[in-house]
Write a protein that binds this ligand. Sequence first.
Ligand code: NAD
Ligand code: TYD
Length: 343
Amino acid sequence: MTILVTGGAGFIGANFIYYEQEKHPEDRIVCLDKLTYAGNLSTLEAAMKHPNFRFVRADICDVEAVNALFAEEKPDIVVNFAAESHVDRSIEDPGIFLRTNIIGTQVLMDASLKHGVKRYHQVSTDEVYGDLPLDRPDLFFTESTPLKTSSPYSSSKAGADLLVNAYHRTYGLPTTLSRCSNNYGPYQFPEKLIPLMIANALADKPLPVYGEGLNVRDWLYVEDHCKAIDLIIRHGKVGEVYNIGGHNEMKNIDIVRLICAALGKSEDLIVHVSDRKGHDMRYAIDPTKIHSELGWLPETKFADGIQKTIRWYLDNRAWWENIISGEYRNYYDKMYGERLGRQ
Ligand code: NAD
Ligand code: TYD
């Protein structure tokens, strides 16, 4: 079987590729990624040694390139991770979010229809449901919670979700869709809360907490997300939506304090900065459906996952220091230069 993974040089897509190579080494994985600022080919260095792996640099919005790849590889399954993913960037510049997240999804689904893909899976986010109030801990997002977005990022993801439903109903595309809570773990780009705080704390730089830091996120170790997607693409019901989350709600400030403690750094590094515009208060997933239909349960508790993650950033300093210095952007040319110049 051939699985086309888009956005596989990013955080979750790369973790998914490693998960699949370990769990289903017989499957061929083709990774299509534009290598935007968030894509880092060095993350896939070990994956590229696998005989059943191919990397192609292309934009999911590029109809010609996407169709050529589908014609050549004839993927059985498409898993679309490719996206602009950072809320703060979407507030500064929404256009690229609409283009990649909505138009890119359309291009991939058109190609999936044309080339008879057996399953198109869209990786979405709990942010499409908007937020929950802090004083109602009894409330959770279910698959039938109405979409009610706050940021240009979540709006673009919701737009794509609606289009996925439309392609299933109108054209009969065999789709599945998952909406996951905040992920953490190895290879997360150091602009997101957890890796940013680890990198800054190690450099004794200020730790910028938005507002009071009371916002709550429902954190899931990335491998548990990959396991859920693997179950959905192989056993999930066509046309369905699955929420993914592990009941690991944490306030931002508590995470930052925990990172300080784990690294032996003073909490004096914490600075409260002006709040994010439209900042969502609380996300919390009800994962009953994926548990009861597919038997999924998260395996890594936050207390263990965060220590593993901190350890990973300590052991892999070169990976994130190259990102901060910008050196990672040269990796593609160094690796592929002449060989793949045309892509
Ligand atoms: P990321 O920003 O780390 O990676 C995105 C990847 O997509 C990068 O490799 C980038 O080069 C690639 N990409 C961007 N635009 C592209 C384009 N036009 N064509 C081809 N490739 C392109 O993102 P992530 O955190 O790994 O998130 C992956 C997916 O999971 C996204 O769809 C995101 O919305 C969703 N998601 C993320 C989280 C989270 O906590 N990070 C939670 C739920 C859902
Ligand atoms: P982030 O990792 O950007 O994920 P998302 O916005 O998709 O939830 O942010 C997680 C939370 O941490 C969010 O409430 C914003 C907050 N945050 C900070 O307080 N400081 C920071 O420097 C960043 C990047 C995020």
